[in-house]
Design a protein around this ligand. Structure first.
Ligand code: ATP
Ligand code: FE
Length: 353
């Protein structure tokens, strides 16, 4: 099956073509057009600007994806699109574009959950067998999932307030580092002292796999305020130490909770721990998770950075698996701003995204 995928749920517009056989998956092309520069002067993603930019860029991305794959549109077998969750304007733009392509070509249309795209990425990249434990950690989400099929996710725990990516972005902004905050903090932290500030590790004293990051965020910001008021600003070293202290706290929380998730749900016979989502690009987090997997005699799978952050290859791939199990969507497919993966769970809390 050759699938064209579209993604526009946040601030990246993306199109990709993925070919999936019974034994492997190949990314024929994957185009991502970011919007970082569009939003830079606003200090965050502005939904109206994002929606307009998606509408403008989707066609171009699709054309580039086809050109790079050296395929005409009629050669694809299905059109897949992120139909939620995410910023409603962007998702609507993507769904409309996909419907147009499906109508024009007569190809089947599949609406895909963005989080399913992230959660199935280890299968796209490494043919990871089901079931596996997934830590999905991104700009708007943070949860442990037991993934046992392309439509089968059970949530073992997750953040009860903010997502780490959101915290990385907010803290970067407030200590004077550029956006996106994750890579900026990771780089600054390399030169920082993790022991200078003692930041909390929320919920570590409580059993289970739930996490919290809002108190940590507040603690970092209080420390920053105190530094600014006593010395009229932050030095480069202060920035690095704040970044290092914050990142170390996030790593500790994620690692300890992953250890518990792994111990509580030994996933015989594979014992595979996977990570996905934009924050999974963080090397300190990847290294910590790999250690947990090794200590548990498990395998660790972390997709390459470009497939951790938002992309359309993961959406095309998720549709390729799901189309084996369900009928296509019809032209009534609508955008869902909230769409929990585990239908037994209420919509995620927090995250104003
Ligand atoms: P969601 O998938 O929950 O809807 P999203 O699509 O906005 O949210 P992603 O694109 O998966 O999120 O990830 C973006 C987030 O990843 C941003 O918050 C960014 O700061 C964070 N991020 C990217 N690289 C790193 C890194 N090296 N370290 C930490 N965080 C990172
Ligand atoms: Fe994402």
């Amino acid at each position: 099956r050759t699938i064209l995928g579209l993604e526009s749920s946040c601030d990246d517009t993306a199109a990709a073509i993925v070919r999936v056989t019974d034994t492997d998956a190949t990314i024929l092309s994957s185009v991502v057009a970011g919007q970082t520069d569009l939003h830079a002067s606003y200090g965050g993603v502005v939904p109206e600007i994002a929606a307009r930019a998606h509408a403008e860029k989707l066609d171009i991305c699709v054309e580039q994806a086809l050109t790079q794959a050296k395929l005409p549109l009629r050669a694809v077998d299905a059109i897949a699109v992120t139909s939620g969750p995410g910023l409603i304007g962007g998702v609507v733009s993507g769904v409309m574009c996909a419907k147009g392509l499906a109508a024009a070509t007569g190809k089947p249309l599949y609406g895909v959950n963005h989080l399913a795209g992230h959660a199935l990425t280890p299968r796209l990249t490494d043919q990871t067998p089901y079931p596996y434990l997934m830590l999905l950690v991104s700009g708007g989400h943070c949860q442990f999932l037991l993934v046992s099929g392309p439509d089968s996710f059970s949530r073992l725990g997750g953040t009860i307030d903010d997502a780490p990516g959101e915290a990385f972005d907010k803290i970067a902004r407030l200590i004077g580092l550029p956006q996106p905050g994750g890579p900026a903090i990771e780089t600054a932290a390399l030169k920082g002292d993790t022991t200078r500030f003692a930041f909390p590790r929320p919920l570590l004293d409580r059993p289970g796999c739930d996490m919290s990051f809002s108190g940590l965020k507040t603690a970092v910001l209080r420390t920053r305020d105190a530094l600014i008021s006593t010395q009229q600003g932050l030095t480069r070293q202060d920035q690095s130490d704040l970044a290092a202290g914050f990142q170390a706290a996030v790593v500790d929380v994620l690692i300890e909770k992953t250890r518990r998730a792994f111990a509580a749900y030994p996933i015989a016979p594979n014992r595979t721990l996977c990570v996905a989502g934009g924050v999974a690009a963080n090397m300190a987090i990847r290294a910590g998770l790999e250690t947990i997997a090794k200590q548990n005699e498990g395998t660790f799978v972390a997709p390459p950075l470009a497939l951790c952050t938002d992309n359309a290859a993961m959406i095309a791939y998720a549709a390729a698996e799901q189309m084996q199990k369900r009928d296509p969507d019809d032209m009534t497919l609508s955008a869902r701003p909230r769409w929990p993966l585990d239908t037994n769970q209420p919509a995620m809390l927090g995250s104003g995204k």
